[in-house]
Ligand binder design. Structure first.
Ligand code: RB5
Length: 144
């Protein structure tokens, strides 16, 4: 699975932690930022969302201070289903039931151990399909 990851300045430390742990053995690409200097989260969020929606990457991970701004941003792109998760159950369900293709995390709200666990669970989860496929299709129908 090819994975893209991106963060603003507030998510940089957690992003580096994930790249050195959970993502170390996986096929992942960092789409920025690589500086602690302040950057607007939509600049990275849109970049990553478009890269995932284009099919270049199967899934993406976005980190800002809370995960909220990144989720709001990524969900503007057609085909993106971004879930801001702060527990492992939600992370698993976001894929099993909602077919989430972007995980959003809060660099200022999650400790590294929990964030790593959430990320592992999310990457290992698979969409259940069935009745959930019909529901996920309805999400896309709204903005034709
Ligand atoms: C940056 O200070 C902060 O606003 C941003 O990282 C994010 O939390 C927005 O949702």
């Amino acid at each position: 699975m090819k994975i893209a990851i991106g963060s603003d300045h507030a998510g940089l430390t957690l992003k580096r932690t994930l790249l050195a742990s959970v993502l170390k053995e996986l096929d992942s690409v960092d789409l920025g930022t690589d500086s602690p200097q302040a950057i607007d989260y939509p600049d990275i969020g849109h970049r990553l969302a478009e890269a995932v929606a284009s099919g270049r990457y199967e899934r993406g991970i976005l980190i800002c201070g809370t995960g909220i701004g990144m989720a709001m941003t990524a969900n503007k792109t057609r085909g993106i289903r971004a879930a801001n998760c702060s527990d492992t159950y939600s992370a698993e369900m976001s894929v099993q039931h909602n077919n989430a293709n972007v995980l959003c995390l809060g660099g200022r709200t999650l400790g590294p151990a929990l964030a790593e666990r959430i990320t592992r669970v999310w990457l290992n989860a698979r969409f259940t399909g069935g009745r959930h496929a019909e529901r996920v299709k309805k999400i896309e129908l709204f903005n034709q």
